[in-house]
Design a protein around this ligand. Structure first.
Ligand code: PLP
Length: 459
């Protein structure tokens, strides 16, 4: 049995991200000790299928010796090399080149960060620099989407549109604006794809007008699928339509692929499926499959050349000690090799099986909506399918459902509003996927039997 002293040490010293500190102190930590394939093991020896790939990041799955070897080899040879002072390392240069070869269109220039938040944060800095270099400093307003998530940096969290990331932090800034989400299940215009796309185009145009016209707007940010907002999948053609509005009005279009990148929805980049080339694109998570931290942003040719010309002989003053870290880059190269040696293919098959399995849960009394693409999916629970009544928040459905799924040997993301998120590793076998679906059904049956969770809120 797992020693209680670790729980005490955690309680006393480790501050957990995006947590109620008081609830966490009461509940205590759950410690994971090992993992292999799509299975994680906790400190009590309990084995669970990781239906969320850590934090939608361990796309390759756990326990790849070749990734460990790539990191160890690089650590032995050259554990660190700065990319400042005109220096560099072979893995970082090779990874940038391999990624640029595969990225959509002319996204040829790669800037490595430590994760997704600083990749997004860096885009904001570069975009301001870009418009200044073009002699248009008045283009300084940024637009993103309700239910969007763009990380947790001081500035980037203002583009994020989840209340917990703003309340008490003095966010968003007055230059950060939102338009409504395409959220099909609860969209006032209904579920018709054309109507949803038209409503988003109108909302973006209205917002631009409200801000004083396109001369004021620097950039628009979109996730190909809104992840942390509850896996909200736009209709096919939505990204293309929004990209067209931005191109027409000379507003930069940023695709945030921190979740959707690296096989999560099928291909390496979801933008390829959407048939668009954004001006900038951000990635992280699957880039190194979570084995070590790394993020990146891609700049298209015109963004890079404008910044480079604008700076001339001066330094573009943006960088990190760990930019282009050689160990992370070595891991990134090996992970990329594994994706292309079969993991993307396996993920596509497993994704189709996952979606079919989750669709089969639609007959369950609690399941209001099933949505997703590839290995990125969600089911939205309701107490009344007709009225789409959410589970009562007071009953803390997320915590209860997460706990039940855990007891059933499944890790999922349970969002506060009763949405269950799925992002399993791409290495999942057919039996892993079937177990995810079967354990979900068991969890839903137990939730249905829990009268507190089922009781509709008093109107
Ligand atoms: N952008 C998106 C779309 C994300 O989903 C996330 C994290 O989930 C981020 C940015 C921030 O990435 P990180 O947590 O690596 O800082």
């Amino acid at each position: 049995m797992f020693s209680n002293s670790l729980i005490e040490l955690d309680r006393a010293h480790l501050i957990h991200p995006v947590a109620s500190y008081r609830s966490h102190e009461n509940l205590g930590v759950r410690v994971l000790t090992s993992a292999c394939g799509a299975t994680v093991t906790d400190a009590n020896g309990k084995q669970l299928i990781d239906g969320f790939a850590g934090l939608w990041c361990v796309n390759a799955g756990y326990g790849h010796d070749s990734i460990v070897e790539a990191a160890a080899k690089q650590m032995r040879e050259l554990p660190y090399a700065t990319a400042y002072f005109g220096l560099g390392s072979e893995p970082a240069i090779r990874l940038a080149s391999e990624l640029a070869d595969r990225a959509p269109g002319d996204l040829n220039h790669v800037y490595f960060t430590l994760g997704g938040s600083d990749a997004v944060d860096s885009t904001i800095r570069f975009i301001r620099y870009y418009w200044n270099a073009r002699g248009r400093p008045g283009k300084d307003q940024f637009i993103s989407i309700e239910q969007g998530y763009h990380g947790s940096s001081t500035v980037g969290a203002g583009l994020t549109a989840l209340p917990a990331f703003h309340a008490g932090f003095g966010l968003p800034f007055d230059w950060q604006h939102k338009i409504p989400s395409h959220y099909a299940y609860r969209n006032p215009v209904g579920t018709d794809p054309e109507a949803i796309i038209a409503a988003s185009i109108a909302a973006l145009n209205e917002k631009i007008e409200e801000l004083g016209g396109a001369d004021r707007v620097a950039a628009f940010y979109a996730e190909p699928i809104q992840g942390s907002g509850g896996v909200l999948v736009p209709p096919r053609g939505w990204m293309k339509a929004m990209r067209a509005v931005c191109r027409e009005l000379d507003i930069l279009f940023v695709a945030d692929e921190v979740i959707t990148g690296f096989g999560r929805t099928g291909p390496l980049f979801a933008c390829s499926e959407d048939d668009i080339v954004p001006d900038l694109l951000t990635v992280a998570k699957g880039l190194t499959s979570g084995y070590v931290p790394m993020g990146a942003l891609f700049m298209s040719e015109h963004v890079y050349q404008t910044i480079a010309d604008g700076a001339g002989a001066s330094a573009v003053g943006h960088g990190y000690t760990y930019s282009a870290h050689p160990v992370s880059a070595a891991v990134g190269l090996e992970v990329l090799r594994l994706y292309e040696a079969g993991l993307l293919e396996n993920g596509r098959k497993a994704g189709a099986r996952l979606m079919a399995g989750l669709e089969s849960l639609k007959d369950h009394p609690l399941v209001g909506d099933v949505r997703g693409r590839g290995m990125l999916a969600a089911i939205e629970l309701v107490v009344d399918k007709e009225r789409k009544t959410p589970l009562p928040a007071a009953a803390e459905p997320a915590r209860r459902i997460f706990d039940r799924a855990w007891s059933n040997g499944l890790v999922i993301r349970a969002f506060a509003n009763g949405v269950l998120g799925y992002a399993p590793p791409l290495c999942c076998t057919e039996s892993d996927i079937d177990a995810i679906v079967e354990r979900t059904r068991r969890t839903l049956d137990e939730t249905l039997a829990d009268t507190d969770v089922r009781r509709a809120p008093v109107a």
